[in-house]
Design a protein around this ligand. Structure first.
Ligand SMILES: Cc1cc2nc3c(=O)[nH]c(=O)nc-3n(C[C@H](O)[C@H](O)[C@H](O)COP(=O)(O)OP(=O)(O)OC[C@H]3O[C@@H](n4cnc5c(N)ncnc54)[C@H](O)[C@@H]3O)c2cc1C
Length: 474
């Protein structure tokens, strides 16, 4: 089907105002926050594949009609909501369609008795969180992209927030959801505190990155909002090894602080210059909840940190991190490093305690050796569990020779991180998802269970119209 026929067909179905074919609107909807945006500035070339149009449905019924049409005509379709992805996951296929749920926003129901809130897929998380805080509740979900991301994308990427050690990732927060399958069929998974009725079908959509269906509505758990009882404290430790061991001790002792962060010396220099010795790693903890629980958690952590010789820095570093933690979102369109001809990004992986420190060291040793144009490689751990933690690598390199070299070098960094992680039994994406960047490592990540993903795709999207190249290589 040619572009004009797609546009006319969708307009006839949904009305002219739901289908936008303005090239600038299409371009903006076609780029995530890293991907092609990083390369374009080096050669002015238009890197983005040209979609036929952006479809902006306003109801589940409209999503259903649009998908039935797209499926019947086998048109490549990319779901999106907030567009804050960083893994090349919302870039369309040439001539395909972008199905943009950002117009489907609003809170459907606040159920205070059952501690749940239901909202549409395009509801900005920041709006929802403010609405809940005013009423004494929180979702407990605070990704750094809080000002950018919407609920549909947050669930579809299996996102996580900065307070995850207490509240969990989005997979722990979604009670139930509604989604539309590739052929237009609407399915609803009901809300339940827990049930034993077969496999948990929520997980077909949580983390599916738009390749198994379009999420239209979500119900999230609520918690009491208690910022007044917060306990916080920071320490320095010699290095990442010492910090990781200390976190492991806190977690295995049974404490559940909300925030657990360990920044290496490279990041300390950038984030806490002047307030923390720059050759050491920094540990930040924050506990919240009922006052007595937060205080006891704090006391337990302080005892462990003291017994391990960590140097107490008081509350200031945590207070200052709380203030600046999402600032990056307000200059994503023109980050400072653009001025210096640098490409910078993050890449997050996870591993059990037995592998995580080795992965960190291997990447830090390998990248400077292989990339003379690397200007920084650091990392932090920010989401901890009893069994292990994540490392969020932060890197930057000078672009040697235009956009192609930027892309090659970018993939060199990602490849090194993926390979060193897989070698040591880690997982290659802790919370940003696969996007198109990481698809080629998915067979190794999943092993024999990868066949299940392929079979599920065949069952739910036999014409393979949804988000081609993400998670599954074609
Ligand atoms: C500065 C910055 C900081 C970030 N910090 C974090 C962080 O702390 N934690 C974290 O987890 N992530 C973080 N991210 C990544 C990003 O914000 C998350 O992946 C977020 O969940 C994406 O939500 P979105 O609404 O913007 O989704 P989009 O970018 O619109 O889409 C992301 C993916 O979800 C799919 N999708 C979107 N909507 C739907 C839908 N309705 N139905 C089905 N599939 C859909 C898309 O096809 C795509 O694969 C950060 C990004 C930036 C730019």
């Amino acid at each position: 089907m040619d572009k004009q026929a797609i546009i006319e067909g969708l307009r006839a179905l949904l009305g002219p105002d739901r289908v936008q074919d303005d090239p600038e609107i299409i371009r903006k909807a076609s780029m995530d926050y890293i991907g092609f945006r990083q390369y374009e500035r080096f050669d002015g070339k238009d890197w983005v594949p040209k979609a036929a149009c952006v479809v902006k449905p306003l109801s589940t019924e409209e999503v259903s009609r649009a998908l039935a049409f797209l499926n019947r005509n086998r048109i490549d379709t990319v779901p999106r909501t907030g567009g804050s992805s960083v893994t090349l996951s919302i870039e369309p296929e040439e001539g395909g369609v972008i199905l943009d749920g950002s117009g489907m926003n609003g809170i459907v129901a606040l159920n205070e008795r059952d501690m749940m809130v239901t909202a549409k897929c395009g509801t900005p998380l920041e709006y929802l969180e403010n609405y809940l805080n005013e009423r004494g509740f929180t979702t407990g979900h605070f990704p750094q992209s809080l000002p950018l991301a919407h609920l549909g994308g947050l669930a579809a990427t299996r996102s996580i927030g900065q307070f995850s050690t207490l509240y969990g990732g989005i997979e722990d927060l979604v009670m139930g959801l509604e989604a539309v399958l590739a052929d237009g069929e609407v399915v609803r998974i009901k809300n339940s505190p827990r049930r034993s009725v077969g496999p948990d079908l929520r997980h077909l959509f949580i983390g599916s990155e738009g390749m198994l269906g379009f999420i239209t509505e979500l119900t999230l758990k609520l918690f009491r909002y208690t910022p007044e009882t917060r306990w916080m404290r920071a320490w320095t430790v010699r290095d990442m090894d010492e910090g990781l061991n200390l976190i492991r001790e806190v977690m295995t002792a049974g404490y559940r602080p909300a925030v657990v962060r360990l920044h290496d010396a490279e990041e300390v220099q950038r984030m806490f210059s002047g307030s923390i010795p720059e050759d050491r790693a920094a540990l930040l903890f924050l506990a919240e909840g009922p006052g007595a629980v937060a205080a006891a958690t704090g006391q337990g952590i302080a005892e462990i940190a003291g017994s391990r010789g960590a140097v107490d820095l008081g509350t200031r570093p945590v207070e200052s991190w709380l203030k600046i933690r999402n600032d990056v979102c307000s200059h994503m369109d023109e980050p400072v490093y653009y001025r210096y001809g640098v490409v910078a990004d993050t890449c997050e992986i996870s591993a059990p305690w037995s592998g995580i420190g080795e992965i960190y060291k291997a990447v830090r040793e390998r990248l400077p050796r292989e990339m003379p144009n690397l200007v920084s490689i650091g990392g932090h751990s920010s989401h901890s569990y009893i069994q292990g933690t994540n490392i969020y690598f932060t890197f930057g390199f000078i672009v040697k020779n235009g956009a192609e070299s930027a892309r090659t070098d970018y993939m060199k960094v990602i490849s090194a991180i993926m390979e060193e992680t897989l070698k040591r039994g880690g997982s290659i994406a802790h919370h940003h998802g696969s996007g198109k960047y990481r698809t080629r490592w998915m067979p190794e990540e999943h092993g024999s269970s990868y066949a299940l993903l392929r079979k599920i795709k065949e069952a739910l999207d036999p014409n393979r119209i949804l988000n081609k190249g993400v998670l599954l290589a074609d």
